[in-house]
Design a protein around this ligand. Structure first.
Ligand code: NAP
Length: 302
């Protein structure tokens, strides 16, 4: 029997990387090497239960990364800007992993990238996009075979950051700065399946930036879907302006306001839902995701 191809997964204890680990485990051609900074943490313990190789690693530690990548076929990299809110640090972390991939002779790197927003007309800088665009450029420059998975807002944000606000018994208001433009959405678990499709045929996707999403909806449509599945709860979209959102009292509000403005400007073709469904036909619509996550949503809305 041919030996399995090892894929090193960064962010394995998190949303995107965790999805990649689960999807790789469903494919008998691949073996997972999951990376975490904390081998004693709950995330690492959960991964060990899946009988996955778990190794300690930190994208800030350039030297340590070489050993982690040695002998591997592929790598999935997601960098986490929100860990430190420092664009230059995120760029350096991405470069460290890209350099280590090159030195280790990795056959294909899938990077969770995003585009540059500078010059787009967005009302201000969106550092967590711009840093990832710089990492994409660097990977290209050093000649590592790669694909960028440019994704979009997780449906799971409706359980936390986009959670509708209760205004009366069974009445909820969703307030985001999207006007009546389309918001592109995805179930974060689908990232795993998209990445596996890419790693199954790296030559097909080599050098490409894939614009991935499971759905595109106005927030009125989002509210209609939530109201349909979560009866008797009813949801209404009440837009907020980019300027007012930027003033909200939480860290990063200003940058997220600019991100929503960028989403608005790109709403006609931010992501390619039809292509995404061709890549992985079981990619979930928002409607299907809500249906499958009713209990979690009801719990979060309490
Ligand atoms: P997450 O669930 O918060 O998990 C973060 C992961 O990154 C953890 O597994 C953590 O591992 C790992 N990590 C953080 N710093 C690390 C370091 N220095 N070295 C090694 N591992 C490190 O994050 P996520 O949602 O999967 O990904 C976050 C990224 O997704 C952000 O950069 C954001 O821009 C992007 N994104 C988010 C959305 C959205 O809607 N939320 C949409 C598109 C893109 P340990 O703690 O175990 O070490």
């Amino acid at each position: 029997m041919a030996s399995k191809k090892i894929v090193v997964v960064f962010g394995a204890t998190g949303a995107q990387g965790g999805a990649v680990v689960r999807a790789l485990l469903q494919n008998s051609s691949f073996a997972v090497r999951a990376v975490t900074r904390n081998l004693d943490g709950n995330g690492a313990q959960e991964l060990k239960k899946l009988k996955v190789e778990v190794v300690k690693g930190d994208t800030d530690d350039k030297e340590g990364l070489k050993k982690i990548l040695s002998g591997a076929f592929g790598c999935f990299l997601v960098t986490n800007y929100f860990d430190h809110l420092d664009m230059n640090r995120e760029i350096q972390q991405g470069k460290n992993v890209a350099d280590a991939c090159k030195e280790a002779g990795i056959k294909h790197l899938v990077f969770s990238g995003l585009e540059n927003t500078q010059g787009s007309g967005a009302a201000g800088p969106v550092y967590h996009f711009d840093g990832k665009a710089k990492i994409e450029e660097y990977i290209e420059e050093i000649g590592v075979s790669y694909t960028s998975t440019r994704t979009t807002s997780y449906n799971e944000n409706f359980l936390t950051f986009f959670l509708p606000r209760k205004t009366a018994e069974n009445k909820y208001v969703l307030s985001l700065p999207m006007g009546n433009k389309l918001l592109y959405l995805m179930a974060v678990n689908d990232v795993g399946h998209w990445v596996v499709e890419i790693l199954k045929d790296p030559l097909k996707y080599k050098g490409k930036k894939l614009h991935l999403a499971g759905d595109k909806l106005t927030l009125d449509q989002v509210c209609a879907i939530l109201s349909k599945h979560l009866k008797p709860k009813q949801f209404e979209y009440v837009p907020i302006t980019v300027e007012d959102f930027a003033k909200l009292p939480f860290p990063g509000a200003e940058e997220l306001a600019y991100m929503f403005h960028f989403y608005q400007l790109k709403a006609d073709n931010f992501r390619d839902v039809a292509f995404t469904k061709k890549l992985y036909p079981k990619t979930q619509s928002f409607d299907a995701w809500v249906q499958g996550n009713k209990d979690k949503l009801i719990q979060a809305l309490k």
